[in-house]
Write a protein that binds this ligand. Structure first.
Ligand code: AMP
Ligand code: ZN
Length: 119
């Protein structure tokens, strides 16, 4: 995808990020506006617009993103108390950056899954 995509530019080293884990196919770095004491984004290095495109296009790579997220959760000490792993997708999902990414959130009780009930 190249220069139009913020996260591709982070992968390329053109934009700085606080990287916490890197594998040949994935990158994990701290969210610039953390919503929890631990807030790490985990991405495939290859560009996919969202998690649906990623999972359908390369299920093994989607699994590697999950494995990296689990390793970061362990490194950050989140396995005991738990954490949330979230893929915002599309307009209703509130996705702002269209390069697939998992939000790994933890370090404190995170409250309800959604800000409000739909019913
Ligand atoms: P989403 O709304 O799921 O697309 O989430 C995009 C996330 O990217 C937000 O939580 C932003 O705070 C985060 N973000 C935006 N720019 C950067 C950056 N340069 N480095 C790290 N995180 C970023
Ligand atoms: Zn990208």
């Amino acid at each position: 995808m190249g220069t139009d995509c913020l996260f591709c530019r982070i992968v390329a080293g053109e934009i700085p990020a606080t990287v916490v884990r890197e594998t040949p196919t994935t990158l994990a770095f701290r969210d610039i506006t953390p919503k929890a004491p631990v807030h790490v984004l985990v991405i495939p290095k290859e560009h996919y617009a969202d998690v649906a495109t990623l999972a359908q296009g390369d299920p093994a790579l989607a699994g590697e993103v999950l494995a990296t997220a689990a390793a970061v959760a362990e490194d950050e000490g989140l396995l005991g108390d738990g954490f949330r792993l979230m893929f915002n997708t599309g307009a209703y999902g509130g996705q702002e950056v269209f390069h697939a990414h998992a939000h790994l959130l933890g370090g404190a009780p995170l409250g309800p899954m959604l800000a409000r009930d739909l019913a």
